[in-house]
Design a binder for this molecule. Structure first.
Ligand code: PRX
Length: 635
């Protein structure tokens, strides 16, 4: 039996029990046998959730890129590492071998060094889904710089907030990006963001769409000429196990985004090990995760996890609807994709198209289907199972978070029997539990409450950049000695977990986490707006859509509401990004508040969901009279 590759359910249970009984021995064995270390650890794990402080493989030295690249050169040098499929299907795809990737990463590493980037410096990567994005990430890791990838669909304000929060020294971007039949002026967005960012000394620009852009002398450099002059070989910086590898921002329910910090050794071991098992990856498989690398899914399961396993990983620049809704299936057929990992929102959008298109493609290469990012509803699960997997490919409903670094609760394909809408069983080493609102653990099966994790796993985020107190308050204060996920979950009669959704003010729209506070702050900047509150309501494709309740200052009340709605969405687009636009905006005279002045979102949520039969006791509100008005005028 190999602990590294789990093939049967009994093996899963056996290995799981071992990983819980002797976590240190277990992870030490995995780390020892399957990775390249410059120096082994002195201590496998030390942890204290009350501080919180978590350290894995302390004393070890390594470079993650030697695990992703160097060690494959002898056996897999010519194997395709990254298979790039451009936005436009008529443009030639790129097959980048492990050797070519190694060379490109080294060249990029030299360029970064020549720009003065040193170990520990932060580099912001604002690049679309083109190979240079993966190359930039790996080049940072190669020289020990901390990468902070910002999704290239975010606005200039969102970008500058993230650059400033971690004082990035350099930005890598492109002249622009393709998105279906549109282009996006990325460099223009960067220029605007940098008006507010003093820490940035240089900008490296990739030529992608060949648009006219302005280059600021002394600050902006075209990347290609610099790469052309750089050597294709180079030494990797030796990193300590707990040195930060990257920062990735995620929305919180309040305040500015949280820069989750992931460190090197534990993250590497866990993402590689989960990748191998959750996708049952075999040597000649062609694996495709449709996520953008701007999110954690792309970091862990397009870049690091697959490359650590010497896999072939597909990077797709485009969107599922371009040139038509058959695009995903065309790619599956073209590359004979074996594992396909996507989000429920994409499945719902594709299901809406019916089955005519999908039937034109040969999907017989598929062995494993994955889902991630939000709860998958039963209808979407069955559509996926029937039409994509033809009832032969197990669906891996994988639950995890930016903060967890890797997949936490999931079936293993061909190992764990699946059940629609259930993420099923904890991954090896993961100890979930369900808590009630009073801090008591709900033991046994058939319980419903809040999902926590009792014991550290190797890829848990170690802190929030620059704000350890917030890390403690957000994740380790709700329940003593536990990591609180912010999600609700139930455990069924056989011990399978089902994630029921967020229990805080984070709303997941099309798989993107959106905190209500930054959107409300943006709306409140409109001169006519007095106050606002955002809630989610169910949406066929996006899972949730946003419903905004807005009160106007007196001077704004006479304004044309259609125009105001447009202006509000425009402000949101500028401050947060187009993904946060509101589907519905209701102007109202007042918002229901508690006597301490807190907006009662629970009531607003019910009204948005058109479920006003049981609003609970509203008599204790400061202004109960406004509730009926809001119901009467609801959209
Ligand atoms: O609410 C859960 C939901 O997505 C949140 C994490 O979002 P993010 O940090 O952006 O990471 C997404 C990709 C890992 C979780 O707190 N979520 C994620 N996967 C699932 C899910 N909800 C239900 N089922 C899932 N499989």
């Amino acid at each position: 039996m190999s602990n590294y590759h789990i093939k049967h359910l009994e093996e899963y249970y056996q290995i799981y029990r071992k990983s819980i009984r002797e976590p240190e021995n277990f992870w030490e064995e995995i780390a020892e046998e399957h990775f390249l270390w410059r120096k082994k650890w002195n201590n496998v794990l030390s942890w204290d959730f009350s501080k919180p402080e978590i350290k894995w493989f302390e004393g070890a030295e390594l470079n993650i890129t030697e695990n992703c690249l160097d060690r494959h050169l002898a056996t897999r040098g010519d194997k395709t590492a990254i298979l790039f499929e451009p936005n436009n299907p008529d443009e030639t795809s790129e097959h980048i071998s492990y050797r070519q990737l190694y060379e490109r990463v080294n060249q990029m590493a030299h360029v970064l060094k020549n720009q003065g980037v040193k170990k520990g410096d932060r580099v912001c990567i604002y690049v679309p889904m083109i190979p240079e994005l993966a190359v930039s990430i790996l080049a940072c890791a190669r020289i020990g710089a901390i990468h902070s990838v910002v999704f290239a669909g975010f606005s200039s304000k969102a970008l500058s907030t993230r650059i400033n929060d971690s004082d990035c020294k350099l930005v890598i971007t492109a002249d622009g990006s393709y998105r279906g039949d549109k282009t996006i002026d990325l460099k223009g967005i960067v220029d605007e963001a940098l008006n507010d960012c003093d820490s940035v000394k240089s900008v490296l620009v990739i030529k992608r769409i060949h648009s006219e852009i302005t280059m600021k002398a002394g600050r902006d450099f075209w990347l290609q000429p610099l790469l052309d002059n750089a050597p294709k070989d180079g030494k990797a910086e030796i990193m300590k196990a707990e040195d930060p590898l990257f920062i990735l921002y995620t929305s919180g329910s309040t305040g500015k985004p949280k820069g989750m910090v992931h460190t090197t050794a534990g993250y590497m071991v866990y993402t590689a090990y989960t990748f191998k098992n959750v996708f049952q990856y075999k040597e000649n498989d062609v694996y495709w995760c449709t996520a953008d690398i701007g999110w954690i899914t792309g970091h862990s399961y397009i870049v690091y996890g697959p490359l650590c396993n010497g896999a072939t990983t597909v990077m797709f620049e485009g969107v599922p609807s371009y040139p038509d809704f058959g695009r995903f299936w065309d790619i599956v057929q073209k590359y004979k994709i074996t594992q396909f990992y996507t989000a429920p929102t994409a499945i719902r959008a594709l299901a809406k198209q019916g089955t005519e298109l999908i039937e034109q493609y040969d999907l017989s290469s598929l062995k494993v289907l994955g889902s991630v990012g939000e709860p998958i509803n039963e209808e979407a699960w069955h559509w996926y199972n029937d039409n994509v997997g033809k009832r032969k490919s197990p669906i891996i409903d994988s639950w995890w978070q930016t903060e967890t670094g890797g997949i936490m609760i999931t079936p293993l394909p061909y190992v764990t029997p699946t059940k629609p809408t259930y993420a099923t069983l904890p991954f090896i080493g993961v100890q979930p539990c369900i808590m009630d609102e009073n801090g008591e653990e709900l033991k046994g099966n058939q319980v419903d409450g809040r999902l926590c994790i009792k014991f550290p796993w190797p890829s848990i985020a170690r802190t929030i950049w620059g704000n350890h107190q917030r890390y403690k308050d957000t994740y380790f204060s709700a329940y003593k000695n536990m990591y609180f996920t912010g999600d609700g979950a139930l455990r069924d009669e056989v011990g399978y977990y089902r994630i029921t959704g967020r229990v805080d003010d984070v709303i997941i729209v099309s798989g993107h986490n959106l905190g209500t506070a930054p959107i409300e702050d943006a709306i409140n900047e409109h001169p006519a707006v007095s106050e606002s509150a955002i809630v989610g309501f169910p949406h066929d494709i996006k899972g949730n859509a946003l419903y905004g309740y807005v009160t106007l200052k007196e001077s704004g009340e006479s304004r044309d509401h259609t125009n105001l709605r447009k202006e509000i969405n425009q402000i949101i687009t500028e401050h947060v990004g187009p993904i946060a636009k509101l589907d519905k905006i209701q102007f109202t005279a007042g918002l229901p508040k508690t006597r301490s002045g807190k907006i009662m979102r629970r009531i607003l949520r019910k009204i948005a969901e058109k479920d006003t039969s049981n609003l609970g006791d509203i008599s204790t509100l400061l202004n109960p009279e406004c509730v009926q008005d809001i119901i009467d005028e609801a959209l």
